[in-house]
Design a protein around this ligand. Sequence first.
Ligand SMILES: Cc1cc2nc3c(=O)[nH]c(=O)nc-3n(C[C@H](O)[C@H](O)[C@H](O)COP(=O)(O)OP(=O)(O)OC[C@H]3O[C@@H](n4cnc5c(N)ncnc54)[C@H](O)[C@@H]3O)c2cc1C
Length: 421
Amino acid sequence: MSSESDVIIIGAGSSGLSAAKELSRLGLSYTVVEGSHRIGGRAYSEEIAPGVWFDLGCSYLHQAHANPFVAIADELGIPVAKDKGDLFEDDRIGHYRNGRPLTEEELAVHNRFWEECHSAIEASVTRGKDLAISELVDLENPYCIPYMAAMASLNTLDIDETSAADYFDFGGGQDIPVPNGYGNLVATWGHDVPVSLNTKVEKIDWSGPGISAETSKGTLKGKTVLTTVSNGVLNAGDILFNPVLPDWKQEAALGLPTGTENKVCVHFDRDVFGPDGRGWHSTWHDSDKTEDHAAGFEASVMGLNTGIVFTGGRHAVWMEKQGQPAFEDFAVSRIADVFGNDVRNHVTRSIATAWTSEPWTKGSYSMATPGNAHQRQKLAKPLNDRLFFAGEATVQTAQATCHGAYLSGVRAAGEIAAVLT
Ligand SMILES: Cc1cc2nc3c(=O)[nH]c(=O)nc-3n(C[C@H](O)[C@H](O)[C@H](O)COP(=O)(O)OP(=O)(O)OC[C@H]3O[C@@H](n4cnc5c(N)ncnc54)[C@H](O)[C@@H]3O)c2cc1C
């Protein structure tokens, strides 16, 4: 680990790695310190069965038309499923209430409700308001149950805690899966960046002309520091700053909490979905029981025998606390809602994520709370030409994504170069 550099980069996720590569291109020196034992951060793939990869964090190349990882994958010869980018288009999604598919009339009413929600959000944001989504939608509508579950899973917070403006700000585009894992793609792309692993930054002193960073492996000196850690980590006070961060910066991080999306990948010993079952399914019950909670799941998207069940917000935190067997049971029940109880006999293995208790992120990804959509810009602002900020939470329109994090690293490297050269 170099003891003196132009930039100390905290974190080797997508943003820290892209910043390192860009600094190198700009002729500046850096030291990347990573608290965990691996690079990639929230981009992380695990093999659930031989040759079958599950992404615990990012899995879709969102906004594929503007996503730099599409070209990176092409350059590295890593396949991406460009023909499967239509998964979330309306006509590809199945809807199941109390274990049976919606009729055409019900589907029309369901779709109209979603359109009304979208129009109400758009109208409110256009008027310059930043309200909670729950203030804008008809909570009594029977189709609000799957709507709330889908929104919580997408946004990581429940709709009463979600800024309509931040949600609306997200740019659209295709969502392309990566057959061998988005996490593997990021790890392959980032492997040439020298990183000091298992090195936790505990304290940043930016009181003098330079920076001193106390880590679990000793003190580092640098001209600047770039922090890429999640707001979950920042808000928990895991890194002490001397002097403390100004109030407006702390408010920006607090207004963009790292909420929770959790997933359970269930692997089956055979194709339980059939050729017509592949796709996205939304399932819910008219019941107050937590075990009947609504959820969406991906069925065998890559033609493999897996179902991946998604949940977000308070339910995701609660499921995480119940532990792996309860989470698997919940996930298998949702898959059984659509494909029948026989699926229970074919489960070989499951992996459930637990992002709230993950010490290096303390949550899944950022979402603005009502009134705080504007904080992303403030979070990105440097302090005293010494302390710089990148990471998914500092991004607008591609916020909360892996490629947004990448772009933030490039942006921050440019800001640093402008100061140092
Ligand atoms: C469940 C889930 C699903 C997602 N789905 C998608 C998706 O489909 N598509 C998409 O584009 N994005 C998705 N995302 C979001 C995407 O994964 C993240 O936005 C992106 O990976 C964040 O990158 P980052 O560099 O900002 O942060 P991170 O990846 O969190 O990197 C920060 C690094 O800092 C390290 N660190 C923390 N504290 C310290 C410390 N004190 N000292 C040293 N190092 C420290 C961490 O270990 C981490 O490696 C998903 C995320 C989750 C959790």
